[in-house]
Design a protein around this ligand. Structure first.
Ligand code: GLC
Length: 478
């Protein structure tokens, strides 16, 4: 008999306190963290009854178009935003498209009123998560820092490198803003499971809660690197232990000055390679985001992971990366996922690969399973806590928030984990949960998610998981 769901659940519930303890220890011994490169303002629009219909009629989108169209990969007209939003709603899946012209961005600002402005971008969201967790020095790269952006930082740990009074230093965000900077606004449409609307008899209904993003972001999409940040990190990186790299998903194939995605990616890569040279012990994690252009995805990931320690992605991104790297597995079920991940980790040459899905997170690693299992579990708990508060949760509050929320543990995770063990010829026991399973020379650790079908906000949950996971990962280096 393999392990029951009840025993499985009890095991993880018992591990909660230990996971928080490991996080506390790891955070206490972290000298510095860097989060780069994308920070922006998320203008969040919570979809309420009739909102989709109103937006569609203002953009003159007809029912026939909604039925037929696959939205274009970028929005050069307001209609494109509506078509892409319809797809996200119907599929219940979150993705992002770039806005190609300032005209569309202006149209959105004139047509919609944001319910709130929130910190956006992987680097921005994770720097807040880390700072609220108590990481002491979180150096964050901010391409554009108007007051609106500066006010969105949280906690006491965030530092923004800038030149002030002729001196290069890391400043509190509110000392680092500039009145000359423009906000980089991303429109985030949050929808909840069951959201329903119609356009001339054509019905859209969301099978799941998620968010759709339309972003107009000339600076981050040209992978701009701030020179003060670059110089400051050159000086400081020897005192930093972990780096979280993201934002390359915003890269465009071609730029007006004739440069290409290859030029932009090589600029990011140059910065990371320099850090690696200056601090060989730095743990560099690269995080994927939604990117549908296969050529750009392949090139970016292969280049940026060359000196990375770990790589992270979600289930939608896994399939995209698998086809861009041509690593399709013919297996079925959990082994399909595992085989794809193994080909990926071999191709990318990283020490650790993390997949985070709605139901579980999984790491393929070269190191001890226990450290990884507690870190994954901490990341999951932190993200789950955020689904109920809508905001970053501090180290001391995680367990209290979770106790109050009583979120169910994913049964799908249990099924996946048991089936995986079975396919590997193992009868799942408690030790395997913590120490992981063995597969092709790697340790495989699977951790269940705590599921909230109606999160207060969907945006930023993946980033919260990743930041929590990385923050609590213990260094295995001497
Ligand atoms: C992407 C989006 C940003 C959002 C973030 C959430 O970076 O561009 O708007 O905040 O994803 O993960």
């Amino acid at each position: 008999m393999s392990m029951s769901y009840e025993l499985y659940k009890d095991f993880w519930v018992k591990l909660r306190a230990e996971a928080v303890k490991q996080a506390e220890h790891a955070i206490g011994s972290t000298r510095g963290f860097v989060a780069a490169f994308n920070v922006n303002v998320d203008a969040v629009k919570l979809l309420r009854e009739g909102d989709f219909n109103r937006l569609a009629s203002k953009a003159n989108v007809r029912a026939e178009e909604l039925k037929a169209a696959e939205p274009p990969p970028e929005a050069s007209e307001p209609r494109h935003v509506v078509l892409a939003l319809a797809k996200a709603l119907i599929e219940g899946s979150g993705f992002e498209i770039p806005i190609a012209s300032s005209r569309v961005a202006d149209w959105l600002s004139e047509t919609l009123r944001a319910d709130e402005y929130r910190m956006g971008g992987q680097a921005g969201i994770s720097s807040n998560v880390l700072s609220v967790l108590g990481v002491k020095r979180v150096y964050v790269h901010v391409a554009s820092m108007p007051l609106l952006q500066a006010k969105l930082f949280r906690g006491d740990g965030v530092l923004v490198p800038r030149v002030k009074g002729g001196v290069l230093k890391a400043l509190h965000p509110l000392e680092a803003y500039s009145e000359l900077d423009e906000p980089m606004i991303h429109w985030v449409f949050e929808f909840q499971e069951g959201y329903r609307d119609e356009v001339n008899g054509f019905e859209v209904k969301a099978p799941r809660s998620d968010r759709f993003i339309a972003s107009y972001d000339p600076l981050n999409s040209s992978l701009h690197v701030d020179s003060a940040f670059e110089k400051f990190m050159r000086r400081e990186v020897a005192n930093v232990d972990k780096a979280l790299i993201s934002g390359f998903q915003l890269v465009r194939p071609l730029y007006p000055d004739g440069s290409t995605f290859k030029d932009k990616i090589s600029r990011f890569k140059g910065v990371i390679e320099e850090w690696r040279e200056l601090n060989p012990d730095l743990w560099i994690h690269v995080e994927q985001a939604f990117m549908s252009n296969m050529e750009l995805l392949r090139h970016s990931v292969l280049e940026l992971t060359r000196c990375a320690s770990s790589y992270g992605l979600n289930e939608v991104e896994l399939e995209l990366l698998a086809s861009s790297l041509s690593v399709k597995s013919t297996r079925k079920g959990p082994l399909h996922v595992l085989e794809e991940l193994k080909s990926m980790i071999n191709t990318l040459g990283v020490e650790l690969l993390v997949l985070h899905t709605r139901d579980y997170s999984l790491a393929l690693a070269k190191q001890s399973g226990e450290n990884v299992a507690r870190s994954l579990w901490f990341g999951c708990m932190l993200a789950a806590a955020r689904t109920t508060t809508g905001f970053e949760v501090g180290l001391r509050d995680v367990l209290r928030v979770l106790d109050r929320a009583r979120l169910p543990m994913s049964f799908e995770a249990f099924k996946f984990h048991s089936e995986l063990a079975e396919s590997l010829g193992v009868r799942l026991g408690e030790r395997d949960l913590l120490e992981g399973l063995e597969y092709g020379g790697y340790v495989v650790v699977v951790v269940p998610s705590l599921v909230n079908p109606k999160p207060v906000r969907s945006v930023g949950l993946g980033d919260t998981f990743t930041a929590g996971f990385l923050a609590s990962l213990l260094s295995t280096r001497p």
